[in-house]
Design a protein around this ligand. Structure first.
Ligand code: NAI
Ligand code: MG
Length: 353
């Protein structure tokens, strides 16, 4: 099978880590029968300054018509609003209907407090439909925002969470050491207060996960505030967490703080038959150009993209090589307290692969 992958380095350290993503895909063993073709694509602030568009139409067209997946580095957003500029990754999620944001948060297996969870965030609705208004009253201004929850979006995100739980179990069964015994999905909501909106999310998620194909998946629910408490007290208890957009946004940034460096945390933006792997970090202007960016978030994002393209075996090989580098702990980048350059970390992981 040949996969065509769009490469969008973007700005700053995006340009230093995306090539590492390409190299790890190229280094996968031939026995997997996987080949890659890469297409270099433009987006980001530099692209905006050069062409007037942060996300050129050509980039969207090529991704849509000619690619199976993509790797996206990071973009710099100007601190003060610049006319005509808006975030290309947000636009890309909309244009390609990438309705799920998936963020695994994992420590190495032999860490003092191992964590291995994935947060599955609905990415199209909730308060982020951005339907807000402000009006005057005798007591002063009032502002309102619409929180929209649909059965369709809730059902498809919960179904995806169930599929991810099953797939993680498969990857564990293939030999990855794990802290989890069986697949578990935790539905997060606040339906005790928002009985209609979060109530619909809760009921629809439960129904979707009651599908017989998820028979082996344990399903539980957590009110979002107590979820935050438990996430920090007992992060090892969670496997897959599914949440509406806003809670998912907050939980996934909070969870990323549990593992020490942003340079470790991958994500994927996923739609029907398409996935973009994207490290969670930004363009890191403070370290760009020094060759010391941690490539692991990108390498894991490449693996995560492969998972969603149904190449679990290839993904598992990348995860294992990364975990081996981290557990040995000899070649670590400065964000993890080491002295290794990006290139040395990449070489070490490629050798293990
Ligand atoms: P950042 O993630 O770029 O950096 C935060 C801190 O983490 C910095 O000290 C940086 O050196 C460090 N860091 C991040 N990634 C690292 C890696 N791979 N290896 C080693 N250290 C790493 O976030 P910040 O500084 O808030 O934003 C910088 C720029 O990135 C801004 O223009 C912001 O708008 C943009 N940004 C873009 C995102 C995206 O493209 N999805 C996400 C977050 C920020
Ligand atoms: Mg966020």
């Amino acid at each position: 099978r040949t996969l065509r992958i769009g490469l969008i380095p973007g700005d700053g350290i995006g340009k230093e880590v995306i090539p590492a993503g390409r190299r790890i895909l190229e280094a996968l063993p031939a026995s997997l029968g996987l080949k890659f073709e890469f297409v270099n694509l433009q987006a980001g602030f530099e692209t905006f300054e050069k062409t007037g568009a942060a996300l050129p139409d050509e980039t969207v067209q090529i991704l849509k018509s000619d690619c199976d997946g993509a790797l996206f580095g990071a973009v710099s957003s100007p601190t003060t609003p610049v006319k005509g500029y808006s975030s290309p990754i947000v636009a890309l999620r909309k244009k390609l209907d990438l309705y799920a944001n998936v963020r695994p948060v994992k420590t190495v297996f032999n860490a003092p407090k191992p964590i291995d969870m994935v947060i599955v965030r609905e990415n199209t609705e909730d308060l982020y439909v951005k339907e807000e208004k402000t009006y005057d009253t005798p007591e002063g201004k009032v502002a309102e925002a619409i929180k929209r929850i649909s059965q369709r979006a809730s059902s498809r995100i919960a179904t995806m969470a169930g599929e991810i739980a099953l797939r993680r179990q498969k990857i564990r069964a293939a030999g990855s050491p794990s802290i989890h015994k069986g697949p578990l999905v935790t539905i997060t909501h606040k339906s005790n207060v928002l009985s209609q909106t979060d109530g619909l999310f809760r009921a629809t998620s439960k129904e979707a996960l009651a599908n017989p194909r998820f028979l082996s998946v344990a399903v539980e629910e957590q009110i979002v505030d107590s979820m935050v408490y438990k996430l920090f007290r007992q992060p090892e208890a969670y496997d897959v967490i599914v949440a509406p957009n806003l809670y998912g946004d907050i939980l996934s940034d909070g969870a990323a703080a549990l593992v020490g460096s942003l340079g470790l945390v991958p994500s994927a933006n996923v739609g029907e038959g398409f996935a973009i792997g994207e490290p969670c970090h930004g363009s890191a202007p403070d370290i760009m150009g020094q060759g010391i960016a941690n490539p692991i978030a990108t390498l894991r994002s490449a693996a995560l993209m492969l998972e969603f393209l149904n190449e679990e075996e290839a993904a598992a090989k990348i995860y294992a090589a990364v975990d081996a580098n981290l557990s040995e702990g000899k070649l670590l980048s400065p964000d993890l307290g080491g002295k290794a350059k990006t290139e040395e970390v990449v070489q070490d992981i490629l050798r293990r692969l």
